[in-house]
Ligand binder design. Structure first.
Ligand SMILES: NC(=O)c1ccc[n+]([C@@H]2O[C@H](COP(=O)([O-])OP(=O)(O)OC[C@H]3O[C@@H](n4cnc5c(N)ncnc54)[C@H](O)[C@@H]3O)[C@@H](O)[C@H]2O)c1
Length: 319
């Protein structure tokens, strides 16, 4: 999608953190922006900011897990701005996860994680994508996964596996959308400075009305807690990035037609180690030469070749 001017973006979780960063980056491209978020107070603050810049915006209080409300939100967005072109499924939560084998995992927490981090994305795709396809003017669907879907972080089995599921979902969507003028991307950020911890706790309380489970550090095979000792000479604030930078990266990915929008090159090492481990695990057996002719889409997928190399991103801080 080269020209975003005058088009409309529908962004879930758009009132805070990276969603807000994406919303601002879209507005700077001349887009109309719909900020759909579960926290009205945060929406109000975001709307004030947008209006002070003269950016066209509409706020909708939406819980992405509520499918009926989502359909109403999509109707409302179309009533305000006409056609929808870009959907960003960015709303997500991250709560402390006790180890899944310890028997203290509350089913309510498991369902809450799946509902927001996976079904919320699926709901957006099912409800909004047909509307983007219908007008024929092209568009893009981006879903925020995480670098931890590519390189799992110990202690977050639900979060990491759901984010990996989102990446696969976006690959499937990209395959389905080929030739339609609508693209699809999985956005996999590394660590960014946002409100995720605070908003996740607030929303969990709102959804479940219960206190968070006690945090249990992940343990090694001898039962010792796995702890990461922060090197004393490191300033942690320099390890995370600004949410606005993430927003600019997402817009660049949409304009480039990327399938994967990645951030921190530091994680490439872990991804390569993971994919090489899986490659090593294939049994050393002769290959049936006819297999690929019968099951071409099973053994490989041409969608992977659509991803072009990505040059370094030069971030220039803006208002
Ligand atoms: N912050 C990071 O380092 C990081 C890294 C990788 C991925 N992510 C992902 O980035 C996305 C954005 O998170 P963030 O870090 O900007 O946090 P954030 O808390 O600042 O923003 C998330 C927004 O999503 C909204 N939200 C949550 N659940 C919702 C629901 N059910 N319906 C509608 N809105 C809902 C929240 O109200 C909040 O405004 C999430 O999907 C998160 O998992 C974050």
């Amino acid at each position: 999608m080269d020209n975003l001017q005058g088009k409309t973006a529908f962004i879930t979780g758009g009132a805070s953190g990276m969603g807000l960063g994406i919303a601002k980056a879209c507005a700077r491209e001349g887009m109309n922006v719909v900020i759909a978020d579960f926290r009205q107070r945060a929406i109000d603050e975001a709307l004030e900011l947008f209006r002070s810049q003269g950016w066209p915006v509409h706020g909708i209080c939406l819980d992405v897990t509520d499918r009926e409300a989502y359909v109403r939100a999509a109707d409302e967005a179309e009533a305000v701005f006409g056609k929808l072109h870009v959907l960003v499924n960015n709303a997500g939560i991250s709560t402390f996860e006790p180890q899944i084998t310890k028997g203290v995992y509350d089913w309510k927490d498991i369902d809450f994680d799946i509902d927001v981090n996976y079904k919320g994305v699926l709901n957006g795709i099912v409800i909004i994508t047909p509307r983007i396809l219908k007008h024929g003017g092209g568009g893009y669907v981006v879903s925020t996964a995480s670098m931890s879907g590519l390189v799992p972080v110990p202690g977050f089995p639900m979060y990491d596996s759901l984010k990996m599921a989102v990446i696969t979902l976006m690959e499937e969507l990209a395959i389905e959308l080929q030739g339609t003028g609508v693209g699809a991307a999985a956005f996999c950020p590394g660590p960014y400075s946002t409100n995720l911890g605070k908003t996740s706790g607030e929303l969990r309380q709102k959804h479940l009305g219960v206190e968070p489970p006690k945090f249990e550090p992940p343990r090694d095979k001898d039962g010792k807690p796995i702890r990461f000792e922060m090197p004393k000479d490191i300033d942690f604030s320099k390890m995370t990035r600004e949410a606005d930078e993430a927003g600019e990266r997402v817009v660049r990915g949409i304009k480039r037609g990327d399938l994967y929008i990645l951030t921190h090159a530091e994680f490439k090492e872990g991804w390569v180690a993971r994919s090489e481990a899986i490659a090593r695990a294939f049994p050393d057996e002769p290959i049936n030469p006819d297999f690929k002719r019968v099951f071409p889409m099973n053994v490989n997928n041409p969608i992977f070749t659509t991803q072009k190399p990505v040059p370094a991103f030069e971030y220039v801080k803006k208002n």
